[in-house]
Design a protein around this ligand. Structure first.
Ligand code: ZN
Length: 210
């Protein structure tokens, strides 16, 4: 069993990856739109503090939506032979995404466990996959399912479980305004779905230190 935390790619690495992918983000269009929003809410987009805001926001969106121009499956296509078929768990993979309903951030942690069927994937690749899936307009439920399906399809393990725990800005700073509320979603596939003992092992390893 491998139980390790890992680091996600830096923002600079992600920006480079987006540049390599060609990142067809229309900065000028975002600048115009942000200027319109500022006018619409009654602000003066030409006052000193806001003059460069449209450009900053354009760069920000290019960065936080960089995953739109990346194929998350790519990170999982290089696998290694592994004889010991014990459960592999990578927990506390930090991520930042953007809720597609409000375009506000939601941030948290992903925990992934899978039971290999002779093949494993590099641990850092799981973190890179999380980033590529998170960096787009997203909902937590779909992100969770997408990660489980990607690992199932690309690594072909006997089973996989993904848990995502996140705090949604659209629930903390607006609407119901519940700071501190966490949303937990999970997706299980294969033997982790059909075998309660295997699933219980995963849960106890992920939540062991709580
Ligand atoms: Zn939202």
């Amino acid at each position: 069993m491998a139980d390790t935390s890992t680091t996600t790619p830096t923002l600079a690495e992600l920006a480079t990856a987006a540049a390599v992918a060609g990142a067809p983000v229309d900065h000028d269009r975002i600048r115009r739109a942000v200027r319109e929003i500022l006018l619409a809410v009654g602000e003066d987009p030409d006052r000193e503090g806001l003059q460069e805001t449209p450009e900053r926001v354009a760069r920000m969106y290019a960065e936080i939506f960089a995953g739109l121009h990346l194929d998350p499956a790519l990170h999982l296509q290089k696998t290694f032979t592994q004889k010991a078929d014990e459960m592999v768990i990578v927990k506390d993979i930090e991520f930042a995404s953007c809720c597609e309903h409000h375009l506000l951030p939601f941030t948290g942690k992903v925990h992934i466990g899978y039971l290999p069927d002779g093949r494993v994937v590099g641990l850092s690749k799981l973190a890179r996959t999380v980033d590529a899936v998170a960096r787009r307009p997203q909902v937590q439920e779909r992100m969770t399912e997408a990660l489980a399906d990607l690992i199932m399809n690309e690594v072909n393990p006997r089973g996989v479980a993904v848990i995502v725990e996140a705090s949604h800005s659209c629930m903390t700073i607006r609407g119901v305004r519940k700071p501190g509320s966490m949303t937990t979603t999970s997706a299980v596939r294969g033997i982790l779905k059909t075998n309660p003992a295997t699933r219980a092992e995963f849960m106890s390893l992920v939540f062991a230190d709580r």
